[in-house]
Design a protein around this ligand. Structure first.
Ligand SMILES: [Ca+2]
Length: 202
């Protein structure tokens, strides 16, 4: 319920000012950081993590957290988005329904991920996909849990990816565990290949 409300705000009241929270974080030692300047009750935010999935010394993705502001008709609030940023032409697989609505985290075991995906699937070219989020209501109260940007409700989640290697791409998948209590996005397992496709195992 809350998630769909959140989407409506993003789509229809779009005054979304994203500020990278990196400079406002204070690490308390367990990988969760607090955004200090927005005062009491602002959720703790996990550290950014960078991944070099094919171990070629070139980073491929970064999981990071952005602070946003939503502005509705008569109310407004903050939100924090957990995002996966592409580095060096790496990309996440998205599904574009009727050319408009974009889905991520739709893959499951036994799915085939193609190096050259066919419609409605494509590699995300915007540089960032939105994995999880937590919202502050117009009453100032934050949601108790993070929501995951997926049609599925529980861990694990799967994401098709491509990763740049030399002048070519590898295709693969990442199995993610997302902690809804603190927004942590963990790469539990991943696999890449130079083949034309890869199948996500059971
Ligand atoms: Ca790499």
């Amino acid at each position: 319920m809350y998630r769909s409300m959140g989407k409506a705000y993003v789509l229809f009241f779009l005054i979304l000012l994203l500020i990278n929270v990196g400079c406002d974080k204070n690490d308390n030692g367990d990988g969760i950081q607090k955004v200090e300047r927005f005062g009491e009750g602002t959720p703790a935010v996990p550290n950014a993590v960078t991944y070099d999935l094919n171990a070629d010394s070139v980073d491929d993705f970064q999981v990071d957290y952005d602070l946003g502001i939503w502005d509705g008709a008569n109310e407004s609030g903050f939100l924090v988005l957990g995002v996966l940023e592409s580095i060096d032409e790496s990309a996440a697989l998205i599904k574009v329904n009727e050319g408009i609505d974009t889905e991520i985290l739709f893959n499951r075991p036994n799915d085939t991920i193609w190096r050259e995906p066919m419609e409605p699937f494509k590699w995300n070219e915007s540089g960032q996909v939105h994995i999880t989020e937590i919202w502050q209501g117009g009453d100032g109260i934050w949601s108790e849990e993070w929501t995951v940007n997926s049609e599925f409700n529980s861990n694990p989640y799967y994401l098709g990816v491509r990763v740049k290697e030399n002048e070519d791409f590898l295709v693969g998948w990442i199995k993610l565990e997302i902690d809804k209590t603190n927004g942590k996005i963990k790469f539990e397992r991943y696999r890449l290949t130079a083949d034309e496709f890869i199948i996500i195992p059971e």
